[in-house]
Write a protein that binds this ligand. Structure first.
Ligand code: GLU
Length: 395
């Protein structure tokens, strides 16, 4: 073997970290492959099957040879159906041409940051926040400016502190409500304040509404409801992964103003080309026919939310407020810090090694006093996982 000089990576690649959520998933999968019975609260991945109607539509599409390239921005049918669904629910003005179907919501966000951000720009976003947001923003050369939300306040997202963080360098405000990892929501009034402010300043509100259907005790809010009034200020990202339990299908989308949509289309035409053809057929069937399944899932998450919050609050040193939305519990665990468990990372490591329980350390989301547990897992996993956590931490 002839070795050359060490491989030199770009500064961009050298700076980026593996996604902490996907790392936990990988490590849990490694343990499972070794025969360990892992209680997996790691990735936010619904335990429900994808809707049969979506599976059947995709199967049929495959059988009929729908296996070639489609237009790069997605099939016209799915783009129109997404826009129509948004118009019906929120009165948004978007049409099929204002929609790009992407390889999961993550790709829509990635392409958006590349389309909008310059080195030196800032993006204001509430914190704790999903691991991927700061990495994507930095990858585009810009700077994430985080604005804290607080556990005492149920991690609600308020307009005031966000707008105070806006400077002349701000290019966008990035919202994710309900929030991964906190479940924090934003009120329709606060959302309106943020979007109106952005419109006045020529900023973009990127609204990642992946968890939009999962709200438990607050009125739902969507930036789609403001897009007719402030058409240049709203870029909305959505996903089929969580709503329809279709994570592996990798279908997400962007809805937004024409220049942004065109830029994202061009980027996507060089990055991925179209999302998988037959997966889009399945997604269209889910959008049209799987509402009953969605309602069953929402009801079940609502019940699990109570179970997990109660269970976590019984563990000495844990404090958990029932999340207002999404399907993550985000307990404060500082009360459990001690020798060998001095941080959320060490607690997560300890739980994985000693109890075969997978959780994501809060540090990954900018909150080292917390850990994140997805309750998109079965009630049996909830029960046994909670027992194992309590027992392991009592040792
Ligand atoms: N979004 C989910 C999570 O936070 C799936 C993994 C990922 O893409 O981060 O767990």
């Amino acid at each position: 073997m002839i070795r050359s000089a060490p491989v030199k990576l770009s500064a961009r690649a050298a700076a980026i970290q593996e996604s902490a959520t996907l790392r936990v998933t990988r490590r849990a999968a490694e343990l499972k492959a070794r025969g360990v019975k892992v209680m997996d609260f790691g990735a936010g991945e619904p335990d429900f099957p994808s809707p049969p109607v979506a599976v059947e539509a995709a199967r049929q599409a495959l059988a009929e040879g729908f296996t070639r390239y489609t237009p790069g921005s997605g099939t016209p049918e799915l783009r129109s159906a997404i826009a129509e669904s948004s118009a019906a629910r929120w009165g948004s003005p978007w049409q099929g041409k204002d929609c790009v179907v992407t390889v999961g919501g993550k790709a829509a966000l990635f392409e958006l940051t590349l389309a909008l951000l310059e080195p030196g720009d800032e993006v204001v976003l509430p914190s704790p926040c999903w691991v991927t947001f700061p990495e994507q923003i930095r990858f585009a050369g810009a700077t994430p400016v985080t604005v804290p939300t607080s556990v005492e306040d149920g991690f609600r997202i308020h307009a005031g502190p966000l707008l105070e963080a806006v400077t002349t360098r701000t290019r966008a405000i990035l919202l994710n409500a309900p929030c991964n990892p906190t479940g924090g929501v934003i009120s329709p009034e606060d959302l309106r304040r943020v979007v109106a402010f952005a419109a006045e300043r020529g900023l973009m509100v990127i609204s990642d509404e992946t968890y939009e259907r999962f709200v438990y005790d607050a009125p739902p809010a969507s930036a789609a409801a403001l897009a007719a009034e402030f058409p240049d200020a709203v870029a909305l990202v959505g996903s089929f992964s969580k709503t329809y339990a279709m994570t592996g299908w990798r279908i997400g989308y962007l809805l937004g103003p024409a220049p942004v949509v065109h830029a994202v289309e061009s980027i996507q035409s060089h990055a991925t080309s179209n999302p998988t053809s037959f997966a889009m057929v399945g997604a269209l069937a889910a959008l049209r026919h799987a509402e009953p399944e969605v309602e069953v899932m929402i009801a079940e998450y609502r019940a699990r939310r109570e179970i997990i919050a109660e269970g976590l609050n019984r563990i000495p040193g844990f404090r958990c407020i029932p999340p207002h939305g999404a399907f993550y519990a985000f307990p404060e665990v500082r009360g459990c810090f001690g020798p060998g468990r001095r941080s959320s990372i060490e607690i997560a490591e300890y739980l994985l090694e000693e109890a075969a329980v997978a959780v994501v350390p809060g540090a990954a989301f900018g909150a080292d006093d917390h850990i994140r547990l997805s309750f998109a897992c079965s009630r049996a996993t909830l029960a046994e996982g909670l027992e194992r956590i309590a027992a392991a931490l009592a040792r």
